[in-house]
Design a protein around this ligand. Structure first.
Ligand code: GRF
Length: 206
């Protein structure tokens, strides 16, 4: 086993979760290297953040590929050049093929802005407001072929307040995303949490 784990982060835009991971990895001196940040969109703001931190920032434009299969193959090639132990989806807004998901089995994480299995898909904060739930939140999970499904690594619960708007609720959830995503990534790379069949197991505190 390598002492220094290699992480590749996939983004599509702002990249605030990516930034939270970079910041925490540096502050806590993780035994890990963020080997690359890859975006499916040229000009994604997060690419600049990565470059400024001295990390390889790569674009694989999905629009340059005729279909999902060929894009996912090109994406996997770009990722595998960095030999990652862990691939972290951080606001990566593409549906992935089963072949891609299988290729990274046990080392592919995603964050979704809801308490899964509630509210998969888009506009999760509006979905939560429409449903009238009192608690909402975010989920870090291992990626399974079905969109926004897969064994849960970590969740954060956020109360929904009577006067919440979609934007206010989104902000409150995002704050928690920035707490739980770095923590979950660290738990996985340090072997405190791991995929075991269709569940994530953890070292239990004594
Ligand atoms: C986050 O809310 C994440 O949960 C969702 O997309 C958003 C990405 O934000 N998948 P950022 O790019 O990490 O700032």
């Amino acid at each position: 086993m390598r002492a220094m784990k290699r992480i590749v982060i996939l983004i599509s835009g702002r990249g605030s979760n990516m930034e939270a991971i970079l910041r925490t990895a540096a502050a806590e001196q993780w035994p890990a290297k963020i080997a690359a940040v890859i975006s499916n969109k040229a000009g994604a703001a997060g690419l600049q953040t990565a470059e400024a931190a001295g990390i390889s920032a790569v674009t694989v434009e999905h629009r340059n590929y005729p279909d999902r299969d060929s894009f996912d193959r090109a994406l996997a090639e770009a990722i595998d050049r960095f030999e990652p132990d862990l691939v972290v989806l951080a606001g990566f807004m593409r549906i992935l093929t089963a072949a891609f998901v299988q290729h990274y089995h046990g080392r592919l994480l995603n964050i979704h802005p809801s308490l899964l299995p509630s509210f998969p898909g888009l506009a999760t904060h509006q979905q939560a407001l429409d449903a009238g739930v009192k608690f909402h939140g975010a989920t870090v999970h291992c990626v399974a072929p079905e969109l926004d499904h897969g064994p849960i690594v970590e969740q954060a619960v956020v109360p929904v307040l009577d006067d919440d708007t979609e934007a206010v609720l989104a902000r409150r959830v995002l704050e928690q995303e920035h707490v739980i995503y770095p923590r979950a990534v660290r738990d996985i790379i340090e072997g405190r949490a791991w995929l075991d069949g269709d569940r994530v197991r953890r070292v239990t505190a004594r």
